[in-house]
Design a protein around this ligand. Structure first.
Ligand SMILES: *[C@@H]1O[C@H](CO)[C@@H](O)[C@H](O)[C@H]1NC(C)=O
Length: 393
């Protein structure tokens, strides 16, 4: 990512137009210092998940995902027409309930003319100084430093233009701290000084891209098995590097990932050492997907099972009971449930009310500033997961 003055100018123009007050809805007063329950709201779901379904008795912040950075120096919307109606509705509904809306920017590109009265900006760069999607520009030496400049300039400009403490600046970050040429950053205090919160992406830790099965969102990792990353280790990493607990918001996955295995896992209690085969079609919403902005990465099924779909499509007959032929196990190390279908040899690692409750309780015990959800639409209709998340406050 190249941060020229021109880039910052375009970027800022885009953002100011979003932050500017819209019609009607009053922005809520500052919530800094209060615990935040942030939910990411994907803007590509259309009728499947309208704004009216968001439970604002529980969410304090909605991150509207995503404005993307695709070709120029400014973020842009994949479907600007949809945003024009959906975003004002979201902001009005949220403000009526004293919740905030942040625009989440991830990827590359631009549009300059909207006015929405949003409450802040969430930068979701996956990832500075390390390769995410195959086509991303990566500069190991300067990405993390440049990201700090961007945060500092945004913070300064927001505070200059709006009353201090009224607009928030947050970032979605990796389970490890920022990458530098000499390893993971050991001091993130300069970032902490300008950010309201970091949302830790404590999921997608193991999945169908691995050669063995593993937990999507482990509470603890199993030593010697894959990277030493988990909910607990991620919080530790950021705390140790100087991010205050009050600004740390770990992520909770409302979805699971599936893989076809080469062996029958119905008789084991652990993930290891089950050899993974391919990624099957996940729930009924899953479909072949090819990144429209990058042909380097192969297309395919995601294998994703939303928790709500596990419930509505008859895989789980209650939050903790699987319908035959599925069997359900609970892994003691990762503190997450998994499902196995001996007929199709499908393995699903996911989160349920039990595993979410463990994570929420831990986040609370560490006095963290919030928790984050990817994503608001993936819960069961009666909000079984969000009910557990709400106990954070
Ligand atoms: C799965 O893949 C990720 C990403 O490449 C890697 O970090 C992790 O260690 C792998 N897990 C296992 C169990 O090998």
């Amino acid at each position: 990512m190249l941060l020229s003055t021109k880039f910052l100018t375009f970027f800022a123009l885009f953002l100011w137009s979003l932050l500017a007050e819209g019609q009607g809805a009053e922005p809520p007063t500052s919530s800094s210092g209060q615990s935040a329950i942030t939910g990411y709201f994907p803007n590509w779901l259309y009728a499947r998940y309208p704004v009216s379904k968001i439970d604002f008795t529980k969410y304090t912040h909605i991150n509207y995902a995503f404005a993307i950075m695709i070709k120029g120096n400014t973020p842009e919307w994949a479907d600007a027409q949809q945003v024009e109606t959906q975003l004002p509705e979201l902001v009005k509904t949220a403000h009526d309930k004293k919740a905030k809306v942040l625009i989440s920017i991830g990827g590359w590109s631009g549009c300059l003319t909207f006015r929405y009265g949003i409450d802040g900006i969430d930068i979701d760069w996956e990832y500075p100084a390390r390769q995410g999607a195959g086509c991303n520009a990566v500069n190991e030496a300067s990405d993390s430093k440049n990201l700090l400049s961007l945060f500092q300039e945004l913070r300064a400009a927001m505070d200059k233009k709006y009353k201090k403490g009224t607009k928030e600046l947050t970032a979605a970050v990796h389970v490890r701290t920022f990458t530098t040429p000499s390893g993971y950053m050991t001091d993130v205090k300069p970032y902490a000084a300008v950010l309201d919160r970091v949302n830790l992406m404590t999921y997608d830790i193991n999945g169908g891209w691995n050669t063995t099965t593993g937990p999507n969102a482990p509470f603890n990792f199993q030593p010697g098995y894959g990277d030493a990353d988990s909910f607990v280790s991620a919080i530790d990493n950021w705390l140790k590097a100087g991010m205050p607990a009050s600004k740390i918001s770990p992520g909770l996955a409302f979805y699971g990932r599936s893989v076809t295995t080469k062996s029958d896992m119905s008789k084991t209690n652990q993930y290891q050492p089950q050899i993974a085969g391919q990624i099957p079609k996940g729930d009924s919403f899953d479909a072949f997907w090819q990144d429209p902005y990058c042909s380097k990465d192969p297309g395919g099924m995601s294998g994703i099972w939303r928790y709500g779909n596990l419930r509505s499509e008859g895989v789980l007959t209650s939050p903790t009971k699987a319908a035959s032929p599925w069997i359900r196990k609970f892994d003691e190390i990762s503190q997450t449930p998994w499902l196995f279908n001996p007929t199709s040899k499908t393995f699903i690692s996911y989160d349920d009310p039990q595993s979410i409750a463990i994570k929420v309780k831990y986040a609370k015990s560490k006095n963290l500033g919030g928790v984050m959800v990817w994503s608001v639409d993936e819960d069961s209709d009666n909000g079984e997961l969000l009910n557990e998340v709400a106990k954070f406050r």
